[in-house]
Design a binder for this molecule. Structure first.
Ligand code: KG4
Ligand code: ZN
Length: 380
């Protein structure tokens, strides 16, 4: 860890903590302004959410350029950059929102799951600001943040609903009865959907992260040229597996490549199209079954892959079959961001939950272990 950025962070943290702040939390008022900090992977996301007025400000710094040359996230580089960016971004969002430390009622930071070093930066900053400003801090589950991101939209879904969480690290189908009342219906047994998009992107020579690039290339592809398998759709249950599909793509690329191992432009696009179609229809088949199994009519999709246009289109027709509705966040709140963390933390703080004085960083953390809103938060 570079010692200079570390000292810089301590100095900046001391300066922020020294700002005039609240004497105590006023839960009686039933409205809260919460600072959210997201640093679980390769994006530093900061936001301020007001339970009455909604989102007051947010900013994001993406580390994509730092990791691009390696074709994937390098954990140590991610942690170091969070050290550089977290506090300046907090200052920026507070200035842009016209808020002082004394306006902030609580701090929410991503406590997991994610890269431990990256999590530790946000956790240390969030917990320290909570102490320095004399307001509660709470460690938020990253996937709960994603799951609640559609609540930031003007027309939010109402509970209960089925959630399809599709990010770079997770593919899960969850029955959501209320905040903190989660039952896992199915999940990926190997690669997450986003991870499969990223690996196929790499095979097609696209930049990291591959998901949006594969989706863009797929729009030029012929949907009838290849028909890739839909993994695990003939088996009962709601689990997923994408590693076989990834191997199928690798083999197709090998078969279609010329003597120099190159694919022509149209074939690249056709492979991207067939892969996207296979992932999307697999997800749609399982979502349809989850709605049938739970008897619910509302489906929400969240996480980076929920930004995929084709997935949204196909799922619209899945929900229409049960006369249901599909909800998702605007694209910038599908991928990692501070707003979802500020929102999720705000709901838990409003319910009277808060952490004790420890810094929480949990690289692995089950969504189902979270407490419902009406019980006092478990300490770690
Ligand atoms: O939720 P997220 O920002 O980070 C994690 O929590 O993992 O998700 C990132 C993932 C990456 O794998 C990225 O390639 C994928 O979401 N992604 C997409 C699209 N936009 C982002 N995948 C398919 N189509 C997209 N439009
Ligand atoms: Zn995420």
């Amino acid at each position: 860890m570079g010692i200079v950025p570390f000292f810089g962070m301590i100095a900046a943290l001391s300066a922020l903590c020294a700002m005039p702040h609240r004497a105590s939390l006023n839960l009686e008022a039933n409205t809260l302004i919460v600072l959210g900090i997201e640093t679980s992977c390769d994006e530093t996301g900061i936001a301020i959410y007001d339970s009455e007025r909604g989102l007051l400000g947010d900013a994001l710094f993406s580390q994509v350029d730092i990791h691009a040359e390696y074709g994937g996230v390098i954990p140590e580089l991610a942690s170091r950059d969070h050290i550089r960016k977290t506090l300046p971004l907090i200052r920026q969002v507070m200035d842009e929102s016209g808020l002082q430390a004394e306006d902030i009622d609580g701090v929410a930071y991503t406590a997991g799951p994610g890269l431990v070093g990256a999590l530790l930066v946000g956790a240390a900053v969030g917990r320290s600001l909570g102490m320095g400003w004399n307001v509660p801090a709470i460690g938020v589950h990253h996937m709960e943040g994603h799951l609640l991101a559609p609540m930031l939209e003007p027309e939010p879904p109402t509970f209960p609903f089925v959630a399809l969480l599709v990010s770079g690290g997770h593919t899960q189908l969850v029955q959501v009865d209320a905040i903190g009342e989660y039952s896992l219906l199915g999940e990926s047994l190997d690669d997450a959907a986003g991870e499969a998009f990223d690996k196929v992107g790499k095979m097609l020579g696209l930049p990291y992260p591959g998901g949006p690039h594969v989706a863009r290339l797929a729009t030029q592809g012929n949907p009838d040229r290849f028909d890739f398998p839909r993994p695990m759709v003939n088996r009962p249950g709601l689990d997923f597996s994408f590693s076989g599909l990834k191997t199928y793509v690798r083999n197709t690329i090998a078969e279609e490549s010329d003597a120099d191992g190159k694919l022509d432009e149209q074939t690249r696009a056709d492979v991207a199209r067939a892969f996207e179609q296979a992932v999307v229809s697999t997800l749609a088949i399982k979502c349809g079954r989850a709605l049938e199994h739970t008897g619910l009519q509302t489906l929400i999709i969240a996480g980076g892959v929920s930004a995929n246009t084709r997935l949204r289109e196909v799922l619209e027709s899945t929900v229409s079959k049960v006369h249901g509705r599909l909800f998702y966040a605007q694209p910038k709140y599908c991928t990692d961001n501070g707003a979802m963390i500020a929102y999720a933390g705000c709901q838990r703080l409003l319910a009277g939950q808060q952490d004790d004085l420890q810094i929480q960083a949990r690289p692995r953390w089950s969504l189902e272990s979270l407490p419902p809103l009406n019980t006092v938060a478990k300490s770690a």
